[in-house]
Design a protein around this ligand. Structure first.
Ligand code: ADP
Ligand code: MG
Length: 624
């Protein structure tokens, strides 16, 4: 039999890779800007036409490339940033996978003009769909200019999925801000259809924030600063009174790179919780400098997610630094935050000692309680196993069920740990009121709510929303690094979709796989379901997938969510238990436990409340 296995032609391999890295014009903007930053540019101009659909051009005055490099840069896995696998652990640049330019070149028309300072002549390269059409010496400035035209010209399905210019431009602005903010030493300009949207002169981080978001921020920023042996933190949080109803400006940068972290977001929200009314969101601009080998940025192709070596310690430092900063601001509101000196010289602010609370950091309220564990059918280990989530679980649980105000501040203790041996910390163990947990009453109301008591009164939990939150966080974990297991179907079932939905299924093929769906037959409108995820084995795949796709389209369109979040949300919405299901006491306890293992047990991913608490005082008032 003839051999039938063949290597994919390069241009196809590149197009496949492009699907991962380049989702929309904004992805191109991100990659080109990051390359310019990596090339040590001090001036970067971004020029965009028709929200990037016709042209994206980035001009920098950085290192430039030699003739040879200009051509090599377009090859897949061509990078100047890593030479050996050891380098992987000490990455200081934004890019390093060598995928971006090759991917972009496979789905657009690219023109590169570049010149190294030491050369008199530069070079020009023209590429169309991975094919080099022309390369010749040319007169050009020091640095690099890359123009990307007609994006997705050869991938009509992608082009069709692009949103209105308005929406695509908003994504581009997001990416631009994410690169411009952590690089205040670089001058940036940004033109869209001949309008200058941004003109950012070099300056301090604070000046950059104000230049990007407007003068109103001048009065709003409270500096946060903390140096520890594992990281340096600096940045600003918005004053509590400037919190807004819409999720505003919230930025984390790690080693100069924008990252998304629900976990660290929670650290800040938690620190500011008591100062900000419910439903309002703090703004923050926080930059962490961490030793590169302390993090792993390689887990996501677009690198907006990150894994820290010791997440829990970072949580503690972030939360406590914000507390301190806000505390200081509240104590001495006359401090002049306008002074740039807060970062540029030694801090003149008096250090505030964090509260000294001793807690047993290894304490887990569920450990001794068999009733919570080992429930058949519950795979709680999977998502309450990590150190980080344990810390979170304890904290959330403590806050509500034990109402110990000191517990909420346990984070501060971490900063104090240096002069303490671990044994000493262990000894100061936190008193567990074990009996209370065994007796915890749990009543299901109208097969819809769970009522339980807490120290200060009672708590009412919306059961289906609680389940939605739990599933959403579990799915997010599956998507990030820990694929769901899947059960092979004995009798694979066929599912059929409209042409548009079928392209969606194709687009989401990676996500579906990570979430435990095994489909085959891509490229057509009929798919064969070879396997279903554990959590949905008994469901009708056709109905399930149709509903999830429908939710997904809505989530993607109406809310500005990224693909993965939109999909995790949609699946959670569909697979959550609905009201009307009777739950046993054990099931209720597991639900409560799992809810409090979530990073945010209080609202659904869509922001609807899950928990209401009632104080005894409120009850007393009813009988007055
Ligand atoms: P990566 O950034 O992951 O290395 P890219 O595909 O983004 O991969 O870029 C490939 C290579 O092209 C880079 O490693 C760099 O050497 C070179 N390069 C890309 N853009 C520029 C630029 N603006 N200035 C100088 N060199 C660049
Ligand atoms: Mg790059």
């Amino acid at each position: 039999m003839a051999n039938i296995v063949q290597l994919l032609p390069d241009n196809i391999a590149n197009q496949i890779a492009a699907g991962e890295v380049i989702q929309r014009p904004a992805s191109v903007v991100k990659e080109l800007l990051e390359n310019a930053v990596d090339a040590d540019a001090t001036e970067i101009d971004l020029i965009v036409k028709d929200a990037g659909k016709t042209l994206i051009r980035v001009i920098d005055n950085g290192s430039g490339m030699s003739d040879e490099d200009a051509r090599m840069a377009l090859e897949r896995h061509a990078t100047s940033k890593i030479r050996s696998s050891d380098d992987l652990f000490s990455i200081k640049t934004m890019g390093f996978r060598g995928e971006a330019l090759a991917s972009i070149a496979s789905i657009s028309h690219v023109e590169i003009k570049t010149k190294e300072r030491s050369n008199d002549l530069g070079s020009q390269v023209l590429v169309e769909g991975s094919e080099v059409k022309k390369q010749e010496p040319t007169q050009t400035k020091n640095g690099t200019s890359i123009a990307v035209k007609n994006l997705f010209y050869n991938v009509p399905a992608r082009r069709k999925f692009l949103k209105s210019d308005q929406v695509e431009l908003r994504h581009i602005i997001d990416e631009f801000e994410r690169v411009a903010l952590p690089n205040p030493h670089i001058k940036f300009t940004f033109h869209h259809n001949d309008n200058e949207l941004f003109h950012l002169d070099p300056g301090s981080f604070r000046q950059r924030v104000v230049a990007v978001f407007g003068k109103k921020f001048r009065e709003r920023l409270v500096p946060v600063e903390q140096k520890t042996n594992i990281l340096d933190l600096r940045g600003f949080v918005g004053k509590p009174e400037s919190a807004r109803k819409t999720r505003g400006e919230q930025f984390f940068f790690v080693n100069g790179r924008f990252i998304k972290s629900h976990y660290l977001h929670h650290a800040i929200s938690e620190a500011m919780e008591e100062l900000i009314p419910k439903g309002y969101h703090p703004s923050y601009f926080i930059e962490l400098q961490v030793e590169p080998d302390f993090i792993d940025v390689n887990i996501h192709p677009t690198k907006t997610e990150i894994k820290f070596e010791d997440e829990r310690a970072i949580y503690a430092i972030v939360s406590s630094s914000v507390r301190q900063a806000i505390g200081q601001y509240n104590i001495t509101p006359t401090i002049d935050f306008e002074q740039e000196t807060s970062f540029d010289g030694p801090s003149s602010n008096k250090p505030v000692t964090p509260p000294q609370i001793k807690v047993d950091t290894s304490y887990n309220p569920f450990e001794e309680n068999k009733q919570f564990g080992g429930k058949p059918g519950s795979d709680r280990k999977k998502f309450s196993g990590s150190e980080a989530s344990k810390a979170m679980q304890r904290e959330n649980y403590e806050k509500l069920f034990r109402a110990n105000p000191e517990m909420a501040k346990w984070t501060a203790q971490h900063l104090d740990q240096e002069d303490e041996t671990p044994e000493e910390t262990q000894q100061q163990s936190f008193e567990v009121e074990e009996k209370e947990q065994h007796k915890m009453p749990c009543i299901q109301l109208h097969k819809k709510y769970i009522l339980s008591t807490i120290k200060s009164g009672a708590v009412l939990i919306h059961q289906s929303r609680a389940h939605e939150r739990i599933l959403f966080e579990r799915f997010t974990e599956f998507l990030a690094n820990n694929p769901a297991s899947s059960q092979q179907s004995l009798f694979p079932q066929q599912v059929q979709f409209s042409a548009q939905d079928a392209t969606l299924v194709e687009e989401l093929s990676d996500e579906l796989k990570m979430l435990g769906f095994e489909l085959s037959g891509f490229g057509k409108t009929t798919f064969v379901v070879q396997g279903m995820p554990d959590y949905a084995v008994n469901q009708d795949p056709q109905e399930l997938l149709e509903t999830v796709l429908e939710n997904y389209k809505n989530n993607l369109q109406e809310l500005k969510l990224d693909k993965q979040e939109a999909f995790a949300r949609s699946l959670a919405q569909r697979t959550a238990i609905i009201g009307g299901k009777e739950l046993s006491r054990d099931e209720m306890l597991v639900l409560i436990e799992e809810l409090f293992a979530c990073s945010n047990p209080y609202t659904t991913p869509g922001g609807r409340p899950i928990i209401h608490t009632f104080t005894i005082k409120e009850f007393d008032k009813l009988f007055n």
